[in-house]
Design a protein around this ligand. Sequence first.
Ligand SMILES: Nc1ncnc2c1ncn2[C@@H]1O[C@H](COP(=O)(O)OP(=O)(O)OP(=O)(O)O)[C@@H](O)[C@H]1O
Ligand SMILES: O=C(CO)[C@H](O)[C@H](O)COP(=O)(O)O
Length: 401
Amino acid sequence: MAVCTVYTIPTTTHLGFTQKKQVFIYNRSFKRGGGGGSFSTRPCVITCSAGESQTVVIGLAADSGCGKSTFMRRLTSVFGGAAEPPTGGNPDSNTLISEMTTVICLDDYHSLDRKGRKEKGVTALDPRANNFDLMYEQVKALKEGKAVEKPIYNHVTGLLDPPELIQPPKILVIEGLHPMYDSRVRDLLDFSIYLDISNEVKFAWKIQRDMAERGHSLESIKASIEARKPDFDAYIDPQKQYADTVIEVLPTQLIPEDNEGKVLRVKLIQKEGLTYFNPVYLFDEGSTITWIPCGRKLTCSYPGIKFFYGPDTYFGNEVTLLEMDGQFDRLDELIYVESHLSNLSTKFYGEVTQQMLKHQDFPGSNNGTGLFQTIIGLKIRDLYEQIVASRSAAPAAAGKA
Ligand SMILES: Nc1ncnc2c1ncn2[C@@H]1O[C@H](COP(=O)(O)OP(=O)(O)OP(=O)(O)O)[C@@H](O)[C@H]1O
Ligand SMILES: O=C(CO)[C@H](O)[C@H](O)COP(=O)(O)O
């Protein structure tokens, strides 16, 4: 039987607001196949069932409705198998588990529920509505191979539900508004991604989802974006300076004065000098290239497709930029583009095209958003494999010394 220690996280003050004991946590002495325990008002970390090796932690930051779930579906598909909520758990859980990955949504660390935020006049983007101490303790514990009882923020009721048990996975993805906000959490990340959706495109996507699919009015969508904007600018957007990769989505430059937001210009901004990540390049590494692939090998209707590749700087860091403006007419022809890209970390020729074809019904499959999300999924698989290989090589090397 595993012996478990429960650490309680003290109530703290953050940015002048007291992080209150909001969540009912089930502090259970975790036994395999067993139960028993009692409710506590303190969040906890349970030290038991230490994993064989450390978990690799990936951070994905973006505003709400900016494609995080779609990206996660592409990423988990790269590892094979379906991602499902914890079996037999809360039907409103935000967690998705597959054989290799566990994706936790950082909304679960809201310290104020919907009513609490309204009473205090803060948005969910405001750090004062989130418990970063607990986020740090639990991500750290998972990284060290320890199971945690993670709270659940219920998006249906707007309440904080009793927690769920999360076992340390091989790859932990923390996705949400603030994975890179708190420096302690940021330091735990092995790789980080920021989805930077320009206001025009965010608006077009919101209209598509909230107006067409959820029956919201144009005015209410505009009002909701405007209400979130100051906190988005203050707390969410600055995180992109820390990201190892940014996928920036802008209106096309191929159609003069386009304001429909359907054709997109997408930039993949890749940090240079990382140990386990080599940027993807087009044709010749280190060069600067503008490429129009349309013609005999790639069917393009108006306004066509344009790629750009070259070096750049981003928040003072050296980066490699890969950009695609326009959209594909025929996804099977993507192999032509793929064959001119290098450092893709594929396991066989055509794997990017295969992944894109597999999920052609996902939003963004015909443009740079889907292409670059797929490529980053493959790079994360490669990063994971490199980290695991370096860990198993380290003890062997130490043994020889
Ligand atoms: N690449 C894309 N191209 C076009 N539309 C997209 C794209 N990605 C997302 N969208 C639109 O945005 C909506 C939200 O996408 P998704 O659920 O992946 O985002 P999210 O960040 O997880 O949202 P939330 O945080 O609100 O759950 C989709 O239903 C779709 O309408
Ligand atoms: O920005 C968000 C992240 O997804 C949500 O608005 C936040 O989590 C609050 O959720 P809800 O609107 O369901 O109360």
